[in-house]
Design a protein around this ligand. Structure first.
Ligand code: FAD
Length: 392
């Protein structure tokens, strides 16, 4: 059996590895000429690490990423609200969360694909798909086409394939912009050996900082703004904006931004999608952000794409005799939609809480974080990060 994966992001490459592991021939088509994404890190929570273990990738993340040993929540001016018990969580889940450069993660996944015999075609953009009882035909803008038994649409949050299968669905603007950067920065309060860092919360804005490994740090800022307001800004203008906006914040914040070269700054308006009731049609299924774009407030978009990959491959591997591929894809969406939709909603709620603007609401929220951090960040997230994906 063979599968085509459209999209060489985290979801597409994870899925290619998972399917190859259970015996499929897999070809990936990625529109970009390279897979390297600069300027950002990604947190891999325990559920992501477990999915990556199932894909034989976790050991590479442990070598190249940084375990998160400190996770503080602070007010914008530096008062400590809570320190998350990440050590206890690491023991409970059998692994800490890791922070890794996105480009590094993609290159680990890409190399592993090549190592196990997945074909990855870069610079090849998908145009159209046709599907019948015997298979799927994928056509490319250069007039070429190819056939397979199964098509995985891992073409990201603005998925063309999703539009072709289910009609266009409008993304929902979150109300804020994320600006991310990577720089070299040292602060004795946050020694590299400890890993991790802090998140500082202000009025309609927050700033997070964490060690990325090799002496570098990753930071992000989320700032409330009307949709598209600063879409035309250059990285220089974003840096200037941040230096102005965060000038009086907790002391490392302005210096962290200052220490970042503009070529390492990324800026995006943030969107999600109301949960879909179907991900598959015939022999085609959506996966990752194509199926369930979510706001990044729980750091779960990539993790859920990895879980999708492992669960799908496990279902295909253990397909009862007589079950068709189409039925397996239906079983896949049935297993996954409920869990992921809940996480989409939780991420949205967490965003509202973190981006509050009313001074009274901020005071109440900060007080609640001080006394009940477990409730907000540990107990509520246990079903998310405590999930154990199948071993392939
Ligand atoms: C600010 C921010 C912070 C985040 N932080 C975290 C975090 O800490 N932890 C976490 O788990 N998740 C995080 N996420 C979410 C995570 O980045 C995504 O969920 C994840 O990257 C989704 O992977 P994907 O492969 O489904 O989609 P993508 O990464 O978008 O990949 C889609 C790929 O498809 C390709 N493609 C698109 N169209 C075509 C076409 N027509 N033909 C061929 N190729 C095509 C694209 O070029 C791209 O390479 C964050 C997201 C944001 C925005």
């Amino acid at each position: 059996m063979n599968a085509i994966v459209i999209g060489g992001g985290i979801g597409g490459l994870s899925c290619a590895i998972a399917l190859r592991k259970v015996g499929w021939d897999v070809t990936v088509f990625e529109q970009n000429e390279t897979l390297i994404e600069n300027g950002a890190g990604i947190v891999l929570a325990a559920n992501a690490m477990r999915a990556l273990k199932s894909l034989d990738i976790a050991k590479h993340i442990q070598e190249e990423g940084t375990p998160i040993g400190v996770a503080e929540l602070r007010s914008w001016d530096g008062n400590l609200l809570a320190s998350l018990p990440v050590d206890k969580q690491a023991i409970r889940y059998g692994t800490p969360s890791y922070l890794i450069h996105r480009g590094k993660l993609q290159s680990i996944l890409h190399s592993h694909c090549l190592h196990i015999g997945v074909s990855v075609h870069l610079g090849k953009s998908f145009a159209e798909v046709d599907e019948n009882n015997d298979g799927v035909e994928v056509r490319f803008p250069d007039g070429t086409s190819t056939y397979s038994d199964l098509l995985i649409a891992a073409d990201g949050y603005r998925s063309k394939i999703r539009d072709q299968l289910f009609g266009h669905s409008s993304l929902r603007y979150s109300g804020y912009r994320a600006i991310r950067g990577i720089g070299s920065f040292e602060d004795p309060r946050y020694p590299l050996a400890a890993g991790g860092g802090f998140e500082a919360l202000g009025k309609g804005a927050r700033f997070g900082f964490s060690h990325l490994g090799n002496g570098r740090i990753f930071w992000f800022a989320a700032i409330n703004e009307p949709e598209g307001q600063r879409a035309h800004f250059t990285p220089e203008e974003h840096k200037k904006l941040l230096l102005q906006k965060f000038q009086n914040w907790y002391s490392p914040v302005p210096s962290v931004v200052e220490a970042t070269s503009t070529s390492d700054i990324l800026s995006h308006s943030i969107y999600d999608l109301a949960p879909l009731s179907n991900w598959s049609k015939g022999r085609i299924t959506l996966l990752g952000d194509a199926a369930h774009p979510m706001l990044p407030n729980l750091g779960q978009g990539g993790a859920q794409a990895m879980e999708d990959a492992v669960v799908l491959a496990d279902l295909l591997k253990n397909k009862p005799i007589g079950t068709t591929l189409v039925e397996s894809l239906k079983a896949f969406e049935k297993l996954r939609i409920q869990r992921v939709s809940k996480i989409v909603r939780q991420s949205r709620l967490m965003g509202r809480l973190m981006q509050l603007e009313s001074p009274l609401a901020l005071t109440i929220r900060n007080a609640a974080f001080r006394v009940a951090v477990d409730k907000f960040f540990i107990a509520r997230l246990h079903p998310v990060v405590g999930y154990d994906p199948p071993i392939l």
